[in-house]
Design a protein around this ligand. Structure first.
Ligand code: SF4
Length: 356
């Protein structure tokens, strides 16, 4: 466990990480400074990874001196950092300005580095297999707190990877915190900032149908992942309670429309729970749903959560389910679980520690 000494963001001052370049330019204009200074600051922070104004050589001294009155460059401190035994997955706990704690995860494979970020502290949706759902919702995150997770993880990895992906699959339902989530995406996407391509960002939802439609109209080819987990409303009502409000049919229709407008295949996430949703008939229905839209299925063996009774299927059962799907679904992948031993895998974020 590593404890960091970064200071918290001072109260009353906006965090730099929540400012779009236009918003920063507006704050500079209030002080009589030209807008291109915002471009320069973005470059220093997001391209050259400076975390204090002192070294920003092409800024006038007056701006460097006044920086602390414009916005706060400090990012949230690491409360803890844990690495998986193979060193490929790291789980981070960040302490926010009000003392709330948020978790995020970096995962490295041979092909890519992926940052899994949270959109809320806790979650109100109460999916019955998820540790975050057990917490309930503590609060939404601001855009700065979302961007800062990426900055913190990038700093930890010393920005050695020029390309990385971001998935909104950490704590919370991102589409229930739509405004700050989109603001964070715009900041991350800024060509003079991290310049993260929309195709490298995936938003995962448990099925907030109206917000899927809104996302489709943003005009950005963001990846969309739908946490399906069941193929009948009866079972999905139990596993993913938001299904009682927006059942499978309107959810699939919204996902289909999203795929059409964005030009992206939608990922259908399917957590396999032994004896619950891993039978032959489930595979047949899942294949039929997947054929109804441009999609790919991502199978995830349930990651155990203390206090929950669901069982993880055997490797053989997962393979058998995938084989049942291959001839009848457009595309199927089996997600190799990363970070299970440090409680960093899907559905495990929410204050669990290896000693839990
Ligand atoms: S799976 Fe996602 S939406 Fe469901 S309770 Fe967990 S964090 Fe919330």
């Amino acid at each position: 466990m590593v404890t960091s000494s970064e200071s918290a963001v001072p109260p009353g001052l906006p965090s730099f990480y929540g400012l779009t370049r236009a918003a920063l330019a507006a704050r500079l204009a209030e002080q009589g400074l030209p807008s291109y200074r915002a471009d320069q600051v973005f470059s220093w922070v997001y391209r050259k990874h400076h975390r204090t104004p002192e070294g920003m050589a092409n800024l006038p001294a007056v701006l460097r001196d006044r920086f602390g009155t414009l916005c706060a460059l400090e990012r949230p401190a690491f409360a803890s950092t844990q690495a998986s035994s193979d060193g490929q997955t790291h789980k981070f706990v960040l302490t926010l300005a009000d003392g709330a704690r948020v978790e995020c995860v970096s995962m490295r494979t041979e092909r890519r580095l992926t940052f899994c970020v949270s959109s809320q502290v806790g979650c109100a949706l109460g999916c019955t297999f998820c540790a975050t759902g057990l917490m309930g919702l503590q609060r939404n995150l601001g855009s700065a707190e979302i961007v800062a997770q990426v900055i913190a993880m990038g700093d930890f990895h010393a920005w050695k990877d020029d390309r990385f992906n971001i998935v909104f699959m950490g704590m919370g339902e991102p589409l229930a915190n739509y405004g700050p989530m989109m603001e964070a995406i715009r900041i991350l996407h800024d060509p003079l900032g991290l310049n993260l391509g929309a195709r490298r960002i995936t938003v995962s939802t448990s099925g907030v149908v109206p917000q899927i439609a809104r996302l489709a109209d943003e005009g950005l080819p963001l990846g969309l992942a739908v946490s399906l987990h069941a193929t009948t409303d009866e079972l999905r009502d139990r596993l993913v309670p938001i299904n009682r409000r927006w059942p499978i049919a309107p959810l699939i229709a919204a996902a289909r429309d999203y795929g059409r407008k964005s030009g992206r295949r939608v990922t259908l996430e399917y957590t396999l729970l032994a004896g619950v949703n891993d039978r032959d008939e489930d595979a047949l229905r899942l294949g039929a749903l997947a054929r109804d839209l441009p999609s790919k299925i991502n199978l995830i063996a349930y990651n155990p959560v203390p206090g929950l009774d669901w069982k993880r299927p055997t490797r053989e059962a997962v393979d058998a389910f995938a084989k049942r799907l291959w001839p009848i679904a457009p595309a199927v992948t089996v997600r190799h679980t990363m970070g299970g031993e440090i409680w960093a895998a899907c559905g495990q974020l929410g204050g669990l520690s290896p000693a839990a």
